[in-house]
Write a new protein. Sequence first.
Length: 183
Amino acid sequence: MTVPRLTTPRLLLEPLQSDDAIQIQQVFPRWEIVRHLTNAVPWPYPSDGARFFVDQVALPAMVAGQAWHWSLRHRSDPDRLIGLISLRAGDEDNRGFWLVPEWQGQGLMSEACTLITDFWFQTLQQPRLRVPKAMDNQASRRISERSGMRLIETFSKAFVGGEMLAGNWEITRDEWLAQRPSL
């Protein structure tokens, strides 16, 4: 399946492309973005980190039909990448995202997550969505809570910021469809 271009009232979600690595490298390597990401993200972030991620990890997974990655762009400045959101096939760790700090606190990621979660259940017909996250990542937890997800387990996990208490959040397709927000 080709990763489609998606839109919300304020955002353009463009399928990730190789050229996006340039902007990702410019905006991504910031502590306030990476500290709650899994320690698979190298830190300090290497000068070719975005190029490696896009060309060696994300794009091959998209071609294989195992992942769906989008760059986030505000409609007011469609050429400027402000974050990423991704879906991954499998039983665990199905969604991930980050947003540059200057665009946080405006509900943009909630908007993107609603659209992407609907894509996961409606288009991809997946039975459940599971999302692990650091328990002290309050903003990310609020997105999960507001979208009807529930905490199903806690565990210790290695993040860029060190070993932290993590939680696994889940929502089933039936639960999502029963409370699905208007899109």
